[in-house]
Design a binder for this molecule. Structure first.
Ligand code: PGA
Length: 250
């Protein structure tokens, strides 16, 4: 699957700018050996330096988090507009680790709308904390999607990326069975089509949660996804290069 989109979520790593620059350079080289679209989501403090260092390269950058308001008294926050000014193209919204720190579905709605207004592509993360026999998790996902997309015009759907990332797979050793992901992708699309009409079929869906070189190919082949969101396996250039090669040959 050569057109796959792979997002590298570095989270709060690495420890120094020197290490970050090395990881960036090696990741960029690995990305350029493939046709995969690679997006790096580095810690915000590295973003501006990275986008100017990689000018003209095939990789792009995402903010891991941003505030929806253009300015104001928000100590410690960085606005979507400021991320855009630093040349980010994408912004992660509603990542499980942000939701765990209090980000609500309503916050994701404001951030999705503000990102579209400012010209950043929202990468909206949805996922349930746990699964039970009753299938309640489908309602959790539907609610996350409906609220986050409530202010989006149907003609903007193609500019949004959805990541399905169940919490029980993040940072664990469990990946999801691609056939289960396929069912979830159908459900996500159906939920969006129910609200927006046929245009909902165009939405891009990624999978995230303990993806590595071993699990990536099957997920890309059988999971009905357009790409992957990768955490730990993107923090080592060697490991990430293996993942990209495996994904390219999937
Ligand atoms: P992981 O993280 O690949 O380390 O599980 C994924 C994520 O949280 O984005």
């Amino acid at each position: 699957m050569s057109k796959a989109l792979i997002v590298a979520n570095w989270k709060m790593n690495p420890a120094t700018f020197k290490e970050a620059r090395k990881l960036l350079d090696e990741t960029q080289k690995a990305a350029e050996r493939t046709k995969i679209s690679v997006v790096i989501a580095p810690p915000a403090i590295f973003l501006r330096e990275f986008t100017s260092r990689s000018r003209g390269a095939r990789i792009s950058f995402a903010a891991q988090h941003a505030h929806q308001e253009a300015g104001g008294a928000h100590t410690g926050e960085i606005s979507i507009q400021q991320m855009r000014d630093a040349k980010a193209k994408y912004v992660l919204i509603g990542h499980a680790e942000r939701r765990a720190r209090g980000e609500t579905n309503d916050d994701t709605r404001l951030k999705v709308a503000a990102s579209l207004a400012k010209g950043l592509t929202p990468i909206l993360c949805v996922g349930e904390t746990k699964r039970t026999q009753s299938g309640e998790y489908f309602n959790v996902i539907a609610e996350q999607l409906r609220t986050a997309l409530a202010d989006v015009a149907a003609n903007k759907l193609a500019h949004i990326i959805i990541v399905y990332e169940p919490l029980w797979t993040i940072g664990s050793d469990k990946t999801m069975d691609p056939r289960e992901m396929q069912m979830m992708a159908i459900f996500i699309r159906k939920t969006i089509v129910d609200s927006f009409g046929e245009g909902g079929h165009d939405i891009r869906i990624l999978y995230g949660g303990s993806v590595d070189a071993a699990s990536a190919p099957a997920m890309l082949r059988d999971g009905d996804v357009h790409g992957l969101l990768v955490g730990r396996a993107s923090w080592s250039a060697v490991e990430f290069a293996h993942l990209l090669t495996a994904a390219e040959n999937a």
